[in-house]
Design a protein around this ligand. Structure first.
Ligand code: SF4
Length: 62
């Protein structure tokens, strides 16, 4: 599974790194970004939870 944060859509609320720090981190622009190419199996549920919880639907998973 992969996860991607759309930089133009993210409003930097900080939710996704707090739910799934294995995959998401805030960058110097104050936006979240994915820090892994493949989501570790153990983090898939929390990555999906983060995507579902994003208030602006900036996270896509595939
Ligand atoms: S939850 Fe959405 S808006 Fe909030 S930091 Fe993550 S990607 Fe950005």
């Amino acid at each position: 599974m992969k996860a991607h944060v759309d930089q133009d859509t993210c409003i930097g609320c900080g939710l996704c790194p707090s739910i799934c720090p294995e995959v998401f981190q805030m960058n110097d622009d104050g936006k979240a970004e994915e820090i892994v190419d493949e989501v570790p199996t153990t983090a898939e549920d929390s990555a999906k939870e983060a995507a579902d919880g994003c208030p602006v639907n900036a996270i896509s998973t595939s």
